[in-house]
Write a protein that binds this ligand. Structure first.
Ligand code: BDR
Ligand code: CA
Length: 318
């Protein structure tokens, strides 16, 4: 077997972040070398508490957690989305604090140090706003060329947003950072709403998590009702969209996806298009703003049932 792929998950946990973290931890193909935290679903303070607590619950406090930025690069953080993920980011279920603290380095510092020590080996998996990644790129301008890949959850190239018709939540929280990251000099895969809203877990799938009995699954079963309620109220779903875990699924089973590849810019204007991820589909004759940028692999379709079964199988391993 080839050695596991080294990933850093940059996260704002978050109900679906917790699922993605446990999914990655239970997958032998992946080695989670660090978690870095960011505001988004909750404040960075709460995200850091949750990241540490999730690792403690999983018996993986050996994995370092580095605290990230508290605010976007230029915008103002709009605050936690308690109606989606609960006031504590963990479905209002609470999670006991870990005895292990965050490391002294910032998220950006940890990312730079880890990537530069292992050129071409590290894959960044951001599943929250992209502030830390942009800060790391500023700190080390050669970061992109030393990354293996960025596989991120965020954006909406060919479908409406979920914050408003233009914007997806992670990009909406820091569009300026996202525009920097989509300009990184490494392969970039975007698991945005174009694909994550096509991967769905039903309430029967979620009942299988509740029946698994291991501590990780038991925690997910406690925090999921809040997230299910949100999807029922806002999207009319009997279940959930699988956002953050879809980035993990892509790492495990890329052949289960379809995509198209285009450079991406993020609208950083101050009008109603703000935070829209705009793919250059070679329309028109003045594409200078997209020229020279990496063609981002924008995931557009997936074998939803296969990916749901894969994730349930991994979560069942505990
Ligand atoms: C993204 O926003 C957050 O609420 C989720 O954790 C996910 O990362 C989906 O738009
Ligand atoms: Ca997230």
């Amino acid at each position: 077997m080839t050695s596991p792929r080294k990933i850093i998950i940059d996260t704002d946990p978050g109900v679906d972040d917790a699922m993605a973290i446990f999914y990655a931890l239970s997958s032998p193909e992946l080695e989670v070398v660090a978690l870095t935290t960011i505001f988004g679903n909750a404040t960075t303070e709460t995200s850091t508490h949750n990241a540490l607590a999730l690792l403690a619950l999983a018996g993986r406090s050996d994995i370092p957690v580095a605290r990230g930025a508290d605010v976007p690069l230029v915008a103002t953080y709009k605050g936690p989305v308690a109606f989606v993920h609960g006031a504590d980011g963990q479905g209002n279920a609470g999670i006991p604090a870990s005895p292990t603290p965050a490391v002294a380095e910032s998220a950006a510092e940890l990312i730079v140090r880890t990537v530069m020590a292992a050129p071409g080996e590290i894959t960044l998996v951001p599943v929250g706003p992209l502030t830390n990644i942009a800060l790391a790129m500023r700190l080390e301008p050669r970061l992109g060329e030393n990354l293996r890949e960025i596989v991120l959850m965020g954006g909406n190239a060919f479908c409406p947003g979920n914050v408003n018709p233009s914007a997806e939540a992670n990009i909406h929280n820091d569009p300026e950072a996202a525009d920097i990251v989509f300009g990184a000099a490494c392969p970039i895969t975007m698991a945005g709403l174009d694909v994550t809203q096509k991967v769905q877990m039903t309430t029967s799938d979620l009942a299988r998590i509740a029946a698994m009995g291991n501590p990780r699954a038991a925690h997910l079963a406690r925090i999921l009702p809040c997230y299910v309620e949100f999807h029922s109220r806002y999207d009319g779903l009997d279940g959930i969209f699988v956002h953050d875990s879809t980035a993990i699924s892509y790492l495990l089973a890329p052949e289960a996806f379809t995509w198209s590849e285009h450079p991406v810019r993020v609208d950083c204007g101050q009008s109603f298009g703000r935070a829209k991820t705009i793919a250059d589909e070679a329309v028109g004759n003045d594409n200078a703003a997209w020229a020279g940028r990496t063609a981002v692999r924008i995931l557009t379709g997936a074998d939803s049932r296969r990916l749901v079964e894969l994730e349930l199988d991994r979560l069942d391993r505990g």
